[in-house]
Design a protein around this ligand. Structure first.
Ligand SMILES: C[S@@+](CC[C@H](N)C(=O)[O-])C[C@H]1O[C@@H](n2cnc3c(N)ncnc32)[C@H](O)[C@@H]1O
Length: 338
């Protein structure tokens, strides 16, 4: 038997739970934050759950933490003391490792302390135990969820928790003169799928306006062909490496094997989008990468996703399908051309 806290993007917890139910029989859920955070109890060991998740990672499960220990909240300074004692008793998990402390708070929790205050206190304990506090790329994360009456504490690597951000909530710094928030989606996809765009040569961006994705790829040094009947942001015109075609994507053609990267963020019907992407398949070189968002416009998102993937798999190998933190009513696909 093992206990966990799962997190999905707001409004998508039901889908995450549905995926988990298909993976693990006799799983039980209790909602912690409506549409987003839930507690789950499974009659399987921690290792069995981990290997099940690694084998078929649910699209809508953004983050998962085990519940290794539960502490009742008193609502006073004793809570921080008890939490410190709990961490102190976990020397084996910390010694010689880089560790991050992540705290999330339920809106009506009785726990008085902020994430920053808790982290400051626990970092001192971790250092005392021979661990090294580290926020970026830690080897181990101590995740704490402060529920209404209880603190749920769990340990795991970023890979085991599916993210190295608290609750999988990825935060990027807003830049001055940023063209669109959409840029964060591609930035997050790059990290989530372990890509390095600077290693690509020539990209095709379908549905490019106002140009957040195009901008990121230009910044990474690629040559970019951007297709959109709508206007690209004027600041992009300074880039010599940009070829902007102010057209509908169905009206453009390219020599075969031109692009080693296709990105597509059209916010369109998923079936129309896949048809259009498949029309462009010859323009991609063998093993080209594709990053594509799929709009979830229908009542049955899991079915829509299955249908789109099935269509695209005629020409691509699916590497991963994931709802990223920056995806709203959509998911992101990472594919490689066969
Ligand atoms: C969500 S926006 C893209 C945002 C963009 N990724 C960014 O970073 O700024 C969707 C775009 O797809 C474009 N689009 C929709 N259908 C298209 C088509 N058939 N051909 C080309 N562009 C299309 C729309 O004009 C719109 O500008």
């Amino acid at each position: 038997m093992s206990d966990w806290i799962g997190t999905a993007n707001h409004g998508f917890a039901t889908l995450a739970m549905e995926e988990l139910r298909r993976l693990f029989r006799d799983i039980k859920f209790v909602q912690l934050r409506a549409g987003e955070i839930f507690r789950m109890e499974v009659p399987l060991s921690r290792e069995e759950i981990m290997s099940g998740l690694l084998e078929k990672e649910p699209v809508f499960l953004r983050h998962i933490q085990p519940i290794d220990r539960t502490l009742p909240i008193q609502g006073n300074a004793d809570d921080l003391q008890a939490l410190s004692e709990l961490v102190r008793s976990a020397r084996m998990r910390c010694e010689g490792k880089t560790i991050a402390v992540h705290l999330r708070r339920a809106e009506n929790t009785k726990f008085l302390y902020s994430a920053a205050d808790t982290k400051a206190v626990l970092d001192a304990v971790l250092t005392e135990l021979g661990g090294e506090p580290e926020m970026q790329s830690p080897e181990m994360i101590c995740s704490i969820y402060a529920g209404v009456d209880d603190l749920y504490v769990g340990w795991g690597s970023p890979k085991e928790q599916l993210s190295d951000w608290p609750g999988g909530a990825v935060r990027f710094q807003r830049e001055e003169g940023q063209i669109s928030r959409a840029k964060f989606k591609l930035l997050e996809a790059e990290r989530a799928f372990g890509l390095r765009f600077e290693t690509y040569r020539e990209a095709l961006d379908i549905g490019a306006a106002p140009g957040g994705w195009t901008h990121l790829l230009l910044e990474r040094g690629l040559r970019v062909t951007s297709v959109d009947p709508a206007e690209l942001h004027s600041s992009l015109k300074a880039y010599q490496r940009l070829n902007y075609l102010k057209k509908n994507a169905s009206d453009v053609k390219f020599p075969s094997g031109t692009f080693d990267l296709l990105v597509c963020d059209m916010s369109w019907s998923p079936m129309q989008m896949s048809k259009l992407v498949l029309e462009k398949i010859d323009a991609l070189s063998k093993n080209a990468t594709a990053i594509i968002t799929v709009k979830l416009m229908h009542k049955k998102p899991l079915q829509t996703i299955r249908d789109v993937i099935e269509r695209l798999e005629s020409e691509f190998i699916l590497k991963k399908a994931k709802q990223l933190f920056h995806n709203r009513d959509e998911i992101t696909l990472y594919l490689i051309k066969k």
